[in-house]
Ligand binder design. Structure first.
Ligand code: MN
Ligand code: MN
Length: 466
C-alpha cells in the first residue's frame, strides 16, 4: 500500500501555482515568528477577504446570514474564524485547527546582567527543544514590552539586514573535551542559554581626582534600550520577548522544491488552513478555522485549546445568528467534524531507524493523516474512529488530493501530542492531519512545497464537504 509521490502528477500550470503558494508561505513564516505576529498577519488577510471582527459583527444591527464571515481575536495570540453556513448551527461545523506557537527561548522577567564586560540576557526555553541547537547562530528578538501605563511597544530586532543580531555562544572544540563527553541533553544546559547583547564599555561616572572612572557596558545598553524603544529595565517585568532564529525562510534544494524555515511546526498547517478558509464562501455547514497558541506547552492557559474561548466564541456566534440556547451550542460542537492539523515527522534518510517504513510519513506524498498520536501504547491520544477515517478518505479522494497515513515513529520509539483530543472532548469527530517536516523543533525545519499545495487542497475540500 505505498502512497504515490505528488510531484509526478503536476502539469506546468499546477507547478506554477504550487511555487507561488510556496513563496507566499515563505514570506508568511519569515514575517510571522511569534503567535502574536501570526495573528496580526492572519487578521490582515481575513479583513481583505471580507471578515468582520466579533465586535463589528455585534454592532451590525442585524442577524448573521449564510456567507457572513467573522473572526474572534483571543488576546492577540489565538484566532478563530467562521464563515456562516446555510444549515443551522446545531448541525455542526467543519473545523480546521492548527497551532501558531513554536518552540523558542523566552526572555526572563528579570533578564539583564553584566559579566566580565559583556551584557547578557537570561532566557527560559519554551517547548521541546534540543538546547545545543540554539547556540552559535544569529538570533532575533520578537515580542512586546508593555509599559505600566498600558503602552504596548512592539519589538522585532534582527530581521532587517541593517539590524544587529543576538547570539548565544558555544564552547570552542579545543577546550570542549569535558563538554563533548556529556550526553546531548547536558551538552548545553537550560540555565546557560544566555543571550549576548553588548560589550562596549562606557564611562558611567568621571574619575575623581587620582582615581579611576566608573565604567560599565550596562549603562550603554540601558541608554540604547531607552533611546530606541523607550523602555527601562523594570519594563522587562511586563514583557513577552521571544528569541528566534534571525533571517528569512529560504527555498531549499537546487530544484527549490522545499522550504527551510523557523516555526513550520505548526505555522505550515496554520497558513495552509487559513488559505483554505479564505476560499470558502457560503458553505452548507459553517466553516471554522482555529489558529491557537500554547500547543507546545500542553495547550494550557487562556489562549490554549483547553481554554473555553472556542466554546464561548461559538456561543456568541450562535446568538448573533439565531435564538440562542445552550443545547444548540452543545449540538453544534458535538455534530462538528474537525481536522486537527499539526506537523508529522517526515521520514528522514539520515535517521531511518526511528520509523516503521510502512507507517511513516514521506516528503512529497501529500497531506498526512494520523489515526492516533500519543506515546507508549497510544497514551494521551485521540484515536479517530474508523467510520470518520472512511469519511475523510472519501472527501480527499473525490477532491483528487494526495494524502498518506502515518504514525509518529516506531512503537515505543517516542511520541507526541496535538490539540485533537481536546476537541474530541466535545464528542465531535476529529482526526490528526498535517504536513510532514524534517528536523522538527530545530531552529530551521524542512518542508516540501508539494505537501503545502496538497494540504491546502485537502483543507479546502474538507471545509466545503457536506
Ligand atoms: Mn505541532
Ligand atoms: Mn511541536
Amino acid at each position: 500500500m505505498e502512497r504515490k509521490n505528488a510531484w509526478l502528477s503536476y502539469d506546468k500550470k499546477q507547478k506554477k501555482e504550487l511555487m507561488a503558494l510556496g513563496e507566499r508561505y515563505r514570506v508568511f513564516i519569515s514575517r510571522g515568528k511569534t503567535e502574536r505576529e501570526c495573528v496580526e498577519l492572519a487578521v490582515a488577510e481575513a479583513k481583505k477577504a471580507g471578515y468582520l471582527s466579533l465586535e463589528e459583527a455585534k454592532a451590525l444591527g442585524r442577524k448573521l446570514v449564510p456567507g457572513d464571515k467573522v473572526y474572534a481575536d483571543i488576546m492577540g495570540k489565538s484566532l478563530a474564524l467562521f464563515t456562516v453556513g446555510t444549515e443551522p448551527w446545531e448541525k455542526g461545523m467543519n473545523i480546521l485547527g492548527a497551532h501558531i506557537d513554536s518552540p523558542r527561548l523566552d526572555i526572563k522577567q528579570n533578564p539583564l546582567y553584566e559579566d566580565t564586560d559583556i551584557v547578557l540576557m537570561d532566557t527560559h526555553y519554551y517547548g521541546g527543544i534540543k538546547k545545543y541547537q540554539w547556540v552559535a547562530l544569529p538570533l532575533a528578538l520578537h515580542g512586546v514590552v508593555v509599559k505600566k501605563d498600558g503602552t504596548v511597544i512592539k519589538v522585532a530586532l534582527g530581521e532587517s539586514p541593517k539590524d544587529p543580531v543576538l547570539c548565544i555562544t558555544d564552547l570552542l572544540p579545543h577546550l570542549a573535551a569535558n563538554q563533548m563527553s556529556k550526553p546531548a541533553a547536558k551538552v548545553v544546559e537550560g540555565e546557560d542559554l544566555n543571550l549576548i547583547i553588548g560589550s562596549e564599555k562606557v564611562v558611567e561616572k568621571k574619575a575623581e581626582k587620582g582615581g579611576e572612572p566608573k565604567a560599565s557596558v550596562m549603562k550603554n545598553i540601558k541608554d540604547i534600550l531607552e533611546k530606541t524603544y523607550g523602555i527601562e529595565e523594570e519594563d522587562f517585568l511586563s514583557a513577552e520577548l521571544e528569541v528566534v532564529p534571525a533571517g528569512e525562510a529560504r527555498d531549499l534544494g537546487l530544484d527549490r522544491s522545499m522550504i527551510l524555515g523557523y516555526g513550520q511546526d505548526d505555522r505550515i498547517c496554520g497558513y495552509t488552513s487559513l488559505q483554505a478558509m479564505l476560499k470558502v464562501e457560503a458553505p452548507k455547514r459553517t466553516s471554522c478555522c482555529l489558529l491557537v497558541d500554547k500547543e507546545e506547552i500542553g495547550s494550557v492557559g487562556a489562549t490554549g485549546m483547553h481554554s473555553r474561548f472556542f466554546e464561548n466564541t461559538v456561543a456568541e456566534l450562535i446568538a448573533l445568528t439565531e435564538e440562542y440556547c445552550d443545547l444548540k451550542l452543545r449540538r453544534a460542537l458535538t455534530n462538528s467534524r474537525m481536522l486537527s492539523s499539526d506537523v508529522s515527522a517526515g521520514h528522514d534518510p539520515n535517521y531511518p531507524g526511528v520509523d516503521e517504513k510502512k507507517n511513516a510519513a514521506y516528503m512529497g506524498r501529500g497531506l498526512v493523516f494520523n489515526k492516533f498520536t500519543g506515546s507508549r501504547g497510544k497514551g494521551g491520544c485521540n484515536d479517530a474512529s474508523a467510520e470518520y477515517l472512511a469519511y475523510v478518505r472519501r472527501v480527499m479522494d473525490e477532491a483528487g488530493v494526495f494524502w498518506q497515513t502515518a504514525e509518529l515513529g516506531k512503537v515505543d520509539e517516542g511520541g507526541g501530542g496535538t490539540i485533537a483530543y481536546i476537541a474530541g472532548n466535545y464528542g465531535m469527530n476529529v482526526v490528526d492531519a498535517g504536513i510532514s517536516i524534517l528536523s522538527m523543533h530545530a531552529p530551521w525545519e524542512v518542508a516540501s512545497k508539494a505537501d503545502i499545495y496538497e494540504a491546502t487542497k485537502g483543507y479546502e475540500a474538507f471545509l466545503k464537504a457536506e
